[in-house]
Every structure is written in structure tokens, then in C-alpha cells.
Write a protein that binds this ligand. Structure first.
Ligand SMILES: [Fe+2]
Length: 259
């Protein structure tokens, strides 16, 4: 009787919201990013719709996990990690008999935690054995998790998250998908002011579309010596890897330069 009720249960995105507002917000974020990325990758409208639904439902399996476990702060035990790692398969089982849900949506839910190098779960698939839709989802899912997840102790700034994706591309993620994804992330607009790791305040002169975290900048002011640059000093962060941008800054640079 119980299993019959489960089988006939209608799957609704609201189920996620009832369980966990934060997971719901995460699913919406992943959905928006997945639509943009799938469009950029020139997929058909029907594929994009399937991926969008997969993104909305990718963590639906968590509705059958314990809320105490999902909201636990701090380090999880091995058995708790194992329990949480069941959610892609639970989600797939909730969807698999639904005739109105496409195979692409179902498989993207099942495979959204698989890694290109075979270290993911639940099936430890490698490379192109992971469905393309799931490879798209996994990049968007990871990016939103590390930038926005309040339970994640290692939340990163956008730039560091992009650096992480670049470092993990070809290993954890499909490189061709990461390459397209990072082109969508607006990081530093040309003309914006940034603080560099060597203490220099600089203005972004030119973005490299392949690596948006490392633009060409012009040094304006050295915070360590409290001095401005009298000559044009260009720093190309694409080649000068010893320096990185710490953050964008909102300051009245004219006041600094006048002083
Ligand atoms: Fe997940």
C-alpha cells in the first residue's frame, strides 16, 4: 500500500520548496543558468526545455531524505554522506515512470553528480558516458553551490569559483562546457576598478573572452606606497600569473589620485 502511494505520488517543484527553501532557490538558480548555457551551446528548444526541467528537479530526491540530515551544520559522517549521495537515484526513481517527463530530464537528474574522471556518483560514469544534459547541469549546479550555498563552509567569490571551474575542467567537468559557461559570467566590466594582490588599484582595460578572471589592467594607485602612477603602467594578468585580482572596488579614485 505504501509503495503504491509512493508510485502514484505527483512530483511537483513545490515539494522541494516545502522541504527546504534554500534548495528551492538553488534549483531555480541552476535552472536559469542551465537554460542560458544550453542556449549558448546551440541545443534545440526541446532539449533546452528538458534540461531546464531537469535543473528544476535535479535535487527532487532530497524530499525523501531526512530534513535533519539535510540541515545538519558541520562535518557529515561517512554514512551521512552515503545517505545524501542517494538523492540522484531517489530522484530518478520518482520520475522514471512519469510519461510526461522526457528521458533527457530523467537522466540529467540521475547523473548530475557524475564527474568526468569517474569520481562522481551514483554510477561513477566517465567522460561521454555521462549524458550531455547532465554535464551541463553539473557545471551550473557546482557553480551555484560554491557561490551561494550557505551550508557550504567553502563558499567562494565569483572569481575564485570561476578559477575553480577552470582548474577542474577536463577532470571533474567537461572542458568544452566549462569554456562556454565562464564566458557567460560577468566578472569585471571594462572600466571597473579592481584591487590586485600586490596592493595596486587598477582599471580594467581589456577583457580576454577566454579567461575573464585575468583581464589586462592599467595601474592607477599603489596602496602600499600611497602613490599614484605618473606613467602608463599596463599589467597583463593573462601572462603575469603572480598577481591576481582580489576584488572589484567602489572607491572615488579621483580623490586618491588628487591626493
Ligand atoms: Fe544534487
Amino acid at each position: 500500500m505504501k509503495s503504491c502511494q509512493k508510485k502514484n505520488r505527483l512530483i511537483n517543484v513545490k515539494d522541494i520548496r516545502l522541504q527546504d527553501e534554500q534548495t528551492f532557490a538553488h534549483c531555480v538558480n541552476v535552472c536559469v543558468m542551465s537554460i542560458a548555457l544550453a542556449s549558448k551551446l546551440s541545443l534545440t528548444v526541446s532539449k533546452i526545455k528538458s534540461i531546464a526541467l531537469g535543473a528544476l528537479l535535479h535535487d527532487i530526491g532530497k524530499v525523501l531524505l531526512s530534513p535533519t540530515l539535510l540541515h545538519k551544520k558541520g562535518k557529515l559522517t561517512d554514512s551521512e554522506i552515503e545517505e545524501i549521495r542517494k538523492h540522484p537515484l531517489i530522484g530518478y526513481n520518482l520520475l522514471k515512470d512519469n510519461p510526461d517527463t522526457s528521458a533527457t530530464t530523467k537522466v540529467s537528474v540521475l547523473m548530475h553528480h557524475e564527474h568526468f574522471n569517474g569520481n562522481g556518483y551514483p554510477m561513477k560514469l566517465t567522460g561521454e558516458k555521462i549524458h550531455y544534459s547532465a554535464r551541463i547541469l553539473s557545471v551550473c549546479n557546482e557553480f551555484d553551490s560554491i557561490v551561494n550555498d550557505q551550508n557550504n563552509q567553502n563558499v567562494l567569490h565569483t572569481t575564485d569559483a570561476v578559477e575553480y571551474l577552470i582548474g577542474a575542467s577536463g577532470h571533474v567537468f567537461d572542458k568544452s562546457i566549462v569554456d562556454e559557461f565562464i564566458k557567460m559570467i560577468p566578472i569585471y566590466n571594462e572600466g571597473s576598478l579592481v584591487l590586485l594582490s600586490n596592493g595596486i588599484i587598477a582599471i580594467v582595460v581589456k577583457n580576454d573572452p577566454v579567461n575573464l578572471t585575468r583581464p589586462v589592467v592599467r595601474a592607477l594607485y599603489n596602496t602600499k606606497t600611497s602613490s599614484k602612477y605618473s606613467r602608463t603602467e599596463i599589467i597583463d594578468l593573462r601572462t603575469d600569473l603572480s598577481i591576481k585580482i582580489l576584488r572589484e572596488i567602489k572607491t572615488n579614485i579621483n580623490e586618491l589620485l588628487r591626493g
